[in-house]
Design a protein around this ligand. Sequence first.
Ligand code: NAP
Length: 286
Amino acid sequence: MTATILDGKSLAQQIRRELALEVAQFQSLHGFQPALAAVLVGDDPASEVYVRNKRRDCQEVGIASQLHPLPAATSQADLLALIQQLNGNPQIHGILVQLPLPKHIETERVLEAIHPGKDVDAFHPENVGRLVQGRPVFLPCTPHAVVELLKRNDISTSGKHAVILGRSDIVGKPLAIMLAQKGADATVTLCHSRTRDLPAITRQADILVVAIGKPNFVTFDMVQPGAVVVDVGINRTEAGLVGDVDYLAVSAIAGAITPVPGGVGPLTRVMLLMNTLAAARRSSEG
Ligand code: NAP
């Protein structure tokens, strides 16, 4: 069997085109552009690239963006003061604080300081709680990217056994909630580093999502023939960027598979744009 490739890159391009139209309509109706403020503390090169790409995406679809670069030595109080200022600025609809933050800053305190209505990463406890209750305002970007990728490739999750590897707050845990929600209707198994006999569980997956940060961890023998395999992992190795799934080997047994790069990553960025437009819509409703 040769797996169908789930091409996140071209899907992201398509969604950006759709969003550009929606943003233009929004602007002509309301007379202002949706706007994102990106806060970058320190000079981590990877974070700089991420923020630059996110701002370029904004520009492509007509969302305004502003960058607030702060030195690595910025105090937590000064960062919180900037967030308060952005919370109170009616011209800013979404606030993004690029992670990781320097060690002297408490990430949770900072994420909780962002107004939930401007929390376009959906990390604020209020937004997490709303997600759990099935009435989200914003969906977290990476899990949303996985769900959208499945939906737009006509892969139904209803009644399927979805096995997720990794239980982080930004990927595995919220994705488990989203896939188990009414409407998605998957039966979900959430695995982590203490899970026993992992291959026996992954082999039961109709849909296998992998987000653990271990290069080429999922091998041929861990996959059920015909399964849909979504690789969230991004690992920098000497061979370049690779996912958590042994792509070549698993392609020979899966029914469909995401490549890395070009799978979930580009879609994740698009979800931030969707949330920023949603935040602007909410603010225009008062
Ligand atoms: P994380 O916070 O480091 O969490 C990793 C999770 O994997 C933990 O729950 C851990 O279990 C579990 N795990 C580790 N080793 C395992 C093993 N041998 N078997 C089963 N589970 C294991 O990672 P993350 O932030 O979720 O990121 C995961 C990967 O996704 C990384 O490669 C990251 O770069 C990538 N990522 C990609 C995107 C994208 O847009 N494509 C977005 C975010 C992250 P414990 O909880 O027991 O420690």
